[in-house]
Design a binder for this molecule. Structure first.
Ligand code: PEP
Length: 250
């Protein structure tokens, strides 16, 4: 069955005290009856505290990245085993900021996907075109290549541990969203691409999130589209009221 998910990517925001504050607020305000899976992704240093704080609640915790190696001389990096060892089972991979600022290639992201899956983690795989790609009409090609080069080496069974997040780069943190029609058109294309390679069962069960300036006032319209199964939220995830308004917009 296809799951609805709303995930909040906190990026490099919120220190230890602010993390506790936001989690307290989320726990106080989250509706008791929700069919949506809610995930938050604080910074590495606050993951363990977040897991403790959210124990027994309906909110899951994700890391924002991992290193592909098991361990070794990789100063400043964090392994899948370390993340798992504090009780975190989800990881965001391939975010456009990792691709653009930290030069992560499709090949590198593919090896991070492998590591995450070997550790039985669920991957939130992000991808999406830049403005120049959309303007030149090349956006479908770009998205298809990112998907194939970063993810299509996995097995059919691995798809149970994969959530896709289509995030057009031009809509991230810019206040500009894809229109609901643009989101639906691309999500339909993505599902079709997965269907062709892995079959209908996997494609139909696959959760495809939209990310890019989702806010309380535009979430309902975007989520109303049949191939949009939730959202990956940046800025609006830093405030409990806004984030939960998005969660309840599904
Ligand atoms: C993101 O960073 O994944 C994102 C979607 O950010 P924002 O909602 O701020 O555009």
């Amino acid at each position: 069955m296809r799951k609805k998910i709303v995930a909040g990517n906190w990026k490099m925001h919120k220190n230890a005290a602010q993390t506790q504050e936001l989690l307290t607020d989320l726990l106080a305000k989250i509706p008791t009856e929700t069919t949506v899976e809610v995930i938050v992704a604080p910074t590495f240093i606050n993951l363990a505290a977040a897991v403790t704080k959210l124990e027994g609640s309906a909110i899951e915790v994700a890391a924002q990245n991992l290193h592909q190696a098991e361990s070794g001389a990789f100063t400043g990096e964090i392994s899948a085993d370390m993340i798992k060892s504090v009780g975190v089972n989800y990881v965001i991979l391939g975010h456009s900021e990792r691709r653009a600022i930290f030069h992560e290639t499709d090949g590198l992201i593919a090896s991070k996907v492998d590591t995450a899956l070997e550790h039985d983690m669920t991957v939130i795989f992000c991808f999406g075109e830049e403005l120049k790609d959309r303007q030149s009409g090349n956006h479908f090609n770009i998205v298809e290549n990112q998907l194939k080069d970063g993810l299509f080496h996995i097995t059919a069974a691995d798809w149970e541990k994969v959530v896709l997040a289509y995030e057009p780069v031009w809509a991230i943190g810019t206040g500009e969203t894809a229109s609901p029609e643009q989101a639906q058109e691309m999500h339909e294309f993505i599902r079709e691409t997965v269907r062709k390679a892995f079959g209908s069962d996997i494609a139909e069960d696959l959760t495809i999130l939209y990310g890019g300036s989702v806010k309380p006032d535009n979430a309902k319209e975007i989520f109303s589209k049949p191939d949009v199964d939730g959202g990956l939220i940046g800025g609006a995830a830093l405030n409990a009221t806004d984030f939960l308004a998005i969660v309840t917009a599904i």
